[in-house]
Design a binder for this molecule. Sequence first.
Ligand code: ACO
Length: 325
Amino acid sequence: MSVIRAVAQGCGHHLPSRVVENAEFAETLDTTDEWIRSRTGIERRHFAADGELTSDLAIKAAKAALANAGMDASELDAIVLATSTPDETFPSTATKVQHALGMGGGFAFDIQAVCAGFVFALANANALVLSGQAKCVMVIGAETFSRIMDWTDRGTCVLFGDGAGALILRAEDGTGTAQDRGILSTDLNSDGAHHDILYVDGGVSSTQSTGVLRMEGKEVFRHAVSKLAETGHTALSRAGLTGDDIDWLVPHQANLRIIQSTAKKIDLPMEKVILTVQDHGNTSAASIPLALSSGVASGQIKTGDLLLMEAIGGGLAWGAAALRW
Ligand code: ACO
């Protein structure tokens, strides 16, 4: 049976030039490189310079993805950009990227599902392609989480970083089997009952200010391990696949221990996991496309490989996608 698939054409990423090592936090906070490294796996992260915006990172990642795909922006019908740290309350950061790329036509919009944002954006881009509303969609995850940190809270400010990654999908004919290239399945979930364990304590309609990130790390950790394994299994089974079929797990890069526990729950050796958490920290919606682009650039991810991407973040919101590269 012939079906339409949203197939990856290329990807790219961009990281701000400033690298902050763990040791830098020890100068102002009661923390150590050893604590951060052993509890999270994070060794360093990138922070945007003053005046460097989420859209600046997104535009550079988008241009890198176009170059990687050998495409021109005029071939794009849509941009779906996941961020929780937009340049402005409105308009969307996606429309700034659209203009900077010189797209001319088509449409662009933002999606907000915090650290799960890229998976939500991917599922929406897939739906646009499958419904015929767009043939070629750029999916971007871009964040400047350094703008919403409480620099006195050692439990959160050491965890996050800034960056952007982009992936281009285009409609192609498939056979309808799990051997097709492209997005094979997605699974999206949220549960607002868990709002208080991970949120930003400000916003347009509540405080008319930006606010800073608040998190009960232990609680988030507990939900993450069980929910990530569950959504991964669901996405795989929707595509008629099992954990044995995975070539690469491309997880949200929040914490090495969460990634290790999730891999164990789906019986996947760590050799099959793309890891960037040590160099990027948690870049929220940007973390999966950053890991994906790093895995492709390093030659680990090859055409035909089956990728499982999964993420959880504030909301709580969580989900997974199975994609054959
Ligand atoms: N340096 C030194 N000590 C610290 C630090 C630090 N940077 N941070 C916390 N501590 C202390 C705490 O104050 C506490 O001290 P106490 O016992 O004297 O009170 C002790 O370390 C233990 O704190 P816990 O929070 O229990 O430490 P835990 O082992 O749970 O690790 C961590 C904390 C790393 C935050 C972990 O819980 C975690 O990674 N949680 C998940 C976070 C996550 O995945 N978020 C993803 C979603 S993010 C999004 O959607 C935006």
